[in-house]
Design a protein around this ligand. Structure first.
Ligand code: R5P
Length: 283
């Protein structure tokens, strides 16, 4: 087995290669003068199980994944596993309006062309796995996030919407603390409304947990509600930290004490590793 790390997921690939005791392939990735991408895998993958690790965000990383998949296929790999730490485009998982694509399906179709198996982490909706025509699995980063939060004396886990409730429940079981949820309505990509609700948060350390932080709007509104209810310290934790635009500023000015994300998208907030959860699929 060889682990091949795409540009977006070098750290995860290194961690995975250690976890699996499989060598990390040497790769070259550069741009032609016209900005087209060039990749090359320097190790001989003929007859090997190739495990490619690449987040499909932002867009150039998608092309790199397709090229790596083709490279290992052309090299004669006997098995191809594709690990997608963050599956970009997964949120457009249906046609919300006439004329729209099902972006998650379009991506899954193309990735499936050169893969015997796909593994992703906390997809926004589990059913996107059905869009792959090859075997597709997901794993959850919540246990690893909960382990990190356990060190912060958390009294309550809050889900910012009902979609995050199962994650919050799972984390609260691990930490052995209370949980609650908010009711969110999304108006558009950047505007959300959160219904005021009575929360038992006075003088408590609260962690809000979600799959994605994008614009930070969802978390910022939840922080504001918790502040109104007298929460002591507020932590925000997510699997996929996109931190689009001024998301970080929004979170800190709303009064957040710490931002935590995993390394599915590498940032200064990547405090939790996902390799342990991904590696279990190969053991
Ligand atoms: C939506 O249901 C997701 O679980 C997240 O709550 C959402 O993607 C967060 O987006 P934003 O940070 O832009 O509010």
């Amino acid at each position: 087995m060889y682990v091949i790390g795409g540009t977006a997921s070098k750290t995860v690939a290194e961690d995975l290669s250690k976890e699996l005791k499989a060598p990390l392939a040497e790769t070259i990735s550069k741009r032609f003068p016209d900005d087209e991408l060039y990749v090359r895998i320097m190790d001989d993958l003929s007859g090997q199980h190739a495990v490619i690790v690449q987040t499909t965000y932002p867009d150039p990383n998608i092309i790199e994944l397709f090229l790596l998949q083709n490279a290992v296929d052309e090299a004669g790999a006997k098995e191809i596993s594709v690990v997608i730490p963050y599956f970009g485009y997964a949120r457009q998982d249906t046609k919300f309006k006439d004329g729209e694509p099902i972006s998650a399906k379009a991506m899954a179709n193309l990735i499936s062309l050169n893969a015997d198996r796909v593994i992703t982490v906390d997809p926004h909706k589990e059913y996107v796995l059905d869009f792959f025509s090859t075997s597709a699995f997901s794993c959850s980063a919540v246990p690893e996030l909960a382990k990190y939060l356990e060190t912060k004396n958390i009294d309550m886990i809050l889900a910012p919407d009902k979609g995050a409730l199962e994650r919050a429940k799972q984390a609260s079981r691990i930490i052995k603390c209370d949980f609650d949820y908010m009711e969110k309505t999304r108006i558009d990509g950047t505007t959300i409304e959160i219904k005021p609700k009575k929360l038992d948060a006075k003088d408590k350390n609260v962690a809000i947990i979600d799959d994605i932080i994008s614009t930070g709007g969802t978390m910022a509104k939840s922080i504001q509600e918790l502040k109104k209810h007298g929460a002591k310290n507020i932590f925000v934790a997510c699997t996929h930290g996109l931190f689009a635009g001024n998301a970080v500023k929004k979170l800190t000015s709303a009064g957040c004490n710490e931002i935590i994300s995993t390394d599915t998208i590498q940032s200064r907030f990547s405090k939790v590793k996902i390799a342990p959860c991904v590696s279990s699929f190969f053991k």
